[in-house]
Ligand binder design. Sequence first.
Ligand SMILES: Cc1cc2nc3c(=O)[nH]c(=O)nc-3n(C[C@H](O)[C@H](O)[C@H](O)COP(=O)(O)OP(=O)(O)OC[C@H]3O[C@@H](n4cnc5c(N)ncnc54)[C@H](O)[C@@H]3O)c2cc1C
Length: 496
Amino acid sequence: MEKHIDILIVGAGISGIGLAAHLSKNCPQRQFDIIERRESFGGTWDLFKYPGIRSDSDMSTFGFNFKPWQKANVLADGASIKGYLSEVVDEYNLKNKIHFKHRVLSANYDSSLSKWVVQIEDAHQKKQTWMANFVLGCTGYYNYDHGFQPNFPNQAAFKGQLIHPQYWPENFDYKDKKVVIIGSGATAITLVPAMAKGGAAHVTMLQRSPTYIASIPSVDFVYDKMRKVLPEDLAYKLTRARNIGMQRGIYALAQKQPKLLRRLLLKSIEMQLKGKVDMKHFTPSYNPWDQRLCVVPDGDLFKVLRSGKASVETDQIEKFTENGIQLKSGQHLDADIIVSATGLEIQILGGIKATIDGKPMDTSKHMLYQGIMVSDVPNMAMIIGYINASWTLKVDIAAEYICRMINYMDKNGYDQVIAQGDQTELMEDTVMGSLSSGYIARAADVMPKQGKHAPWNVTNNYLADRKVLKNARFDDSVLKFQKHNAQVSAKPKLVS
Ligand SMILES: Cc1cc2nc3c(=O)[nH]c(=O)nc-3n(C[C@H](O)[C@H](O)[C@H](O)COP(=O)(O)OP(=O)(O)OC[C@H]3O[C@@H](n4cnc5c(N)ncnc54)[C@H](O)[C@@H]3O)c2cc1C
């Protein structure tokens, strides 16, 4: 079967849904289809089901710029985020544009046709060929098939259950069980209080090294009050502006005055622990924001640690044993369940094998023009959100830029655009920035790279990016437009 479509969006997570809504609003003359390998939309917020799963970004900036969050909670659980996305899907009539249980396997740009020839596996594992004018990658940054799972010494000896948070068993019963959670990132610090409160006999967080953790209020009383007296849109806009400013301010303080921010963060943790837990477990060796800063609502992690229902160990694993983990310090942690909150396996473009006229494309050797268009690849963009701020802030401005570019092409009758790369610009850092977190380091083999200067340098600074992307002209010396196929209309017919 062969289908001819116009714009192909890969992925119906926050990025794909957001981009689709922007396209509906700003490019009504164009058609698009969304290919989604799962049974439902939401991506991350559909996949992860572990206890306590929630955002660690505030929802006024993790929500879209065109749709107020409308609730007073600062962070949101997975189901609420899916509910919010479901409203966007309904409001923009996206459901019939999403092809669920379809997976993009490969995409070849055929320059003689000025089209992408895309291999898609459908719900019955049958392969189909689709032809598209544009491919827009909204596949997130990790592998949906495998989490990052180190091979622990003597792992097979453990007689209990070893679980990765990416594959949480449905209705998993951990009541009265001794749980050890390996990790110190956002997932581990969410799981510890959730499992401790959920009835585990005891939960131990086992970390190799400490992380900075800030406690934030769970309810935004100011937003809540504003919503009662101001129009919904305005209350959301003001809250968003305040939170963007705060996020940026904290990040800037980390860059300019790391020692001061470190002192402030450590002092606030000390006040939360009230002398009941050793500060060595929360005193990192690096500076704030060298790795992602973690947050907990109303200090929930510190409360369970204080109560004794949970504890934290900073140590190294010598080996797994039949009934737990032997640590290098000599201590043994008894466990019925071990949760390996060790992170994600980084993947780009959802594992799609991309080629240009049959020549393989190695994403790690490309840069992103304006942080969006893949260098030297025709009619391809990808949305990679912020790591040092809410992911969605980038989704909105990238989607608006893509819409503006498509409208510019339509106005001028172009059907192909290439951002012509300059290899002398290519740096070692990836577009995800220079954080020293493990997953950023693991990204080097697959992620597009930073360029030295604009428009190849990805600043990861929302306010700067917003200004640049809003005003960026398309008639620069980098973007090359072509009118390959004058007879192809902007609305190709579906000829399945
Ligand atoms: C547990 C967790 C919590 C997080 N919390 C936050 C947070 O609080 N704040 C923040 O800013 N960021 C957070 N992140 C980062 C998060 O991934 C993004 O914020 C955001 O949800 C990513 O959205 P996305 O649509 O780009 O990607 P995803 O959510 O990963 O969605 C990608 C979609 O593409 C589909 N897909 C992939 N490959 C293919 C293919 N070949 N064919 C068809 N479909 C495909 C997938 O099935 C999926 O539906 C978190 C990440 C995780 C794992």
